[in-house]
Design a protein around this ligand. Structure first.
Ligand code: C5P
Length: 219
């Protein structure tokens, strides 16, 4: 079984994906990680994020295991890391070079400890439209920018990171704009995606709703 969960930054895709992956024993691929990994390599190498050729070459070299290794870096999930990922993800050549790594995962999905899984949950912006258009169930999760910014702000504070709500809100809006307006694979719901607006829902309610939809589809 393949499930895709797309939507804007901080809509709750990650939490929902992990809960669904646990419930249905599926492996989980957070596709934002491929862009965060390339963005981080650029930052660490002191590269100009506007340098498309360097970004393409970092994307070309990236492997799944290298991405997992980079994910433990303190800047991987930081606002700076998110901005870098957002910028380089706008380059079509970078996206093209990172596509097969994402698609290959569904051919042989594994859990974090290497055990094989019988399916996968993809989380991202274009997983239902580009990475895996053949997915069995597709969701598009969204929420008002202010709600998403508050959730992201709370996450930073919980992790002991410095954060300013207004700055997080600006960042969320800027990333929405970039994701929605890039020419190549702009963020949009797949035609057959189920759209869930989580502005007024807590994670348990979103999870129960999504699980009910999956079970109906599976019957
Ligand atoms: O989801 P996350 O915030 O980790 O994603 C980091 C950045 O990677 C996003 O701002 C988005 O621009 C980009 N991204 C993308 N396509 C995906 C997943 C993430 O362009 N499938």
């Amino acid at each position: 079984m393949i499930i895709t969960i797309d939507g804007p930054a901080a809509a709750g895709k990650g939490t929902l994906s992990q809960k669904l992956a646990d419930r249905y024993c599926l492996a989980y691929f957070d596709t934002g990680m491929v862009y965060r990994a390339v963005g981080l390599l650029m930052l660490k190498g002191g590269r100009d994020l506007k340098n498309v050729l360097v970004a393409e070459s970092e994307a070309e070299e990236l492997t799944y295991s290298k991405m997992i290794e980079l994910s433990t870096d303190k800047d991987f999930r930081s606002a700076k890391g998110g901005q870098a990922a957002s910028i380089i993800s706008g380059y079509p050549g970078v996206r093209a070079r990172l596509l097969s790594m994402q698609q290959d995962f569904a051919k042989n999905p594994v859990f974090e400890d290497g055990r094989p899984a019988k399916g996968v949950i993809y989380d991202g912006r274009d997983t239902g439209t580009v990475v895996c258009p053949q997915a069995d169930v597709k969701f598009f999760i969204t929420a008002k920018p202010e709600v998403r910014a508050k959730r992201r702000y709370d996450e930073f504070i919980k992790k002991g990171m410095k954060a300013d709500y207004e700055e997080v809100l600006r960042d969320v809006k800027q990333r929405d704009e970039r994701d929605a307006t890039r020419k190549d694979a702009p963020m949009k719901p797949a035609e057959d995606a189920i759209i869930l607006d989580t502005s007024e829902m807590d994670i348990e309610a979103v999870f129960e709703k999504a699980a009910a939809i999956i079970e109906k589809k599976l019957k």
